[in-house]
Design a protein around this ligand. Structure first.
Ligand code: FMN
Length: 192
């Protein structure tokens, strides 16, 4: 595992951080919980939307974690983490993992198991990726963890994905479903 600092120079900055955050609020994203556990059994986790596919060969994803978050050091220390894509019914889990509360309180929500690496994996996740930290890169305030996928589990009956945009939770629906609902909800009778 190697670590690099790829923080861009201040000269390359094109807008101020507040403007950047305003822009990012419009980027709808799937809500995930990243969870880890070290060899001593200490667990940590956070709600995250900064999750991205990197490569299928070898299967790799990345997550961006603010170094001020206690989970950042915990993931680095454990060398493993899971990425759990939440369904809309697990909004309470998203809220809990976004709060500065103890790991005990966070993991009291939901049912947790393990796959290959020993990182905690959420039973109700739409999909859970079990990862070994393959590389890290520090950029600005965040550490990017590249996770090589050691295991993966799909929900048998996946629910509706939980999303986040405009500073609010929402849910994903296909356009087909949306159009059907719209048709269902639009009155098509005529008044005499
Ligand atoms: C919808 C949502 C998405 C978030 N995405 C991220 C993220 O991608 N990376 C990150 O470091 N923090 C993210 N956060 C903030 C962390 O969840 C929050 O700071 C949490 O309290 C960190 O917990 P910890 O200090 O126990 O690690 C997000 C919060 C919310 C509500």
């Amino acid at each position: 595992m190697s670590n690099a600092d790829s923080t861009p120079s201040a000269n390359a900055t094109c807008c101020d951080p507040a403007e950047f955050r305003q822009g990012m609020r419009r980027l709808a994203a799937a809500v995930c919980v990243i969870a880890t556990e070290n060899d001593a059994g200490h667990r940590a986790g956070l709600t995250a939307t900064a999750v991205c596919s990197v490569s299928a060969t070898p299967p790799t994803l990345l997550v961006c974690v603010n170094r001020q978050n206690s989970s950042c050091e915990a993931i680095r220390d454990a060398g493993r983490f899971s990425v759990n894509a939440l369904e809309q019914n697990d909004r309470v889990i998203a809220e809990q993992f976004a709060m500065p509360v103890s790991a005990e309180q966070k993991f009291s929500q939901g049912t947790w198991a393990t796959l290959q690496t020993g990182a905690p994996v959420l039973q109700s996740a739409i999909v859970a990726f079990d990862c070994i930290v393959a590389n890290t890169v520090d950029v600005g305030t965040h550490t990017i963890f590249f996770g090589q996928i050691a295991g993966l589990r799909y929900a048998e009956h996946p629910g509706t994905p939980l999303m986040y945009a405009y500073g609010e939770y929402g849910s994903f629906q296909t356009l087909t479903t949306a159009l059907q609902l719209n048709h269902f909800m639009t009155p098509n009778w005529e008044y005499s």
